[in-house]
Design a binder for this molecule. Sequence first.
Ligand SMILES: Nc1ncnc2c1ncn2[C@@H]1O[C@H](COP(=O)(O)OP(=O)(O)O)[C@@H](O)[C@H]1O
Ligand SMILES: [Mg+2]
Length: 262
Amino acid sequence: MGEVKISASGIRKVYNSGGANEVLAIEDLNLDVEKGEFVSLLGPSGCGKSTFLFMVGGFEKPSGGSLTLNGDPIRGPGANRGIVFQEYVLFPWQRVSANIAYGLKIAGVSRAEQEKRIAELIAMIGLQGFEDAYPESLSGGMKQRVAIARALAYDPEILLMDEPFGALDAQTRSRMIADLIRIHEATHKTTLFVTHSVEEAILLSDRVALFTARPARIKEIFEIDMPHPRSVTDDVFVAYEKAILDSLEEEVSKTISAERAS
Ligand SMILES: Nc1ncnc2c1ncn2[C@@H]1O[C@H](COP(=O)(O)OP(=O)(O)O)[C@@H](O)[C@H]1O
Ligand SMILES: [Mg+2]
């Protein structure tokens, strides 16, 4: 067993508790993530994946259970967690370099150190030559590269990604996946990656945590025992894909029947 970074035990999350539109999003979710692990969170739409990620990010509080980072309860957001969302949350009025340096500037990092860090990150995400570009002139994939660089700028312990490639075309997406694998191999950041793509999850992850239909708990964890780079046509890959899809389909049907009943 490696060192446990994130530990979720008996997590429960209720939105609008006691109100007419109360939603039980998560109930009895248990998950430990070790240092350096890449774990994907997969499950039916609306089951509670983002909710869980936001709780780890410190933006939402669990209604019950224990959620810890390095053994300490998560009380709010912090620089030790870098976040990348599906939508490109860049500042349109700032150049690429300033977008990446945003957190460093706030933290009072020296100008020289900022420059050094920006150069490293630009190289890591492969955006050399675009330091002075404004976000509007970048493609979707490039914007997500900047968002990843910004999340890594602080050298956080944890990287939280919520469907970061969901809005990208297939080609851009497979390049981003390859790059994220490379970045993970270089940085060994403990990563939680929400996706609705089984393929993406298998390509990237050490483990795939499959959530049940709402209220979410962990249904099954698939340990992906394959070296990188992984090929989607590999028999082992196809076998994982089938197993995960079958299990996911069950939860999706439950979600659909629940929606019909309500
Ligand atoms: N701020 C909120 N207030 C009330 N309900 C919410 C809120 N955020 C999410 N929900 C509900 O909680 C459930 C889980 O949502 P979410 O975590 O976004 O699912 P996922 O990311 O798996 O698609 C959904 O039913 C959603 O409508
Ligand atoms: Mg979501």
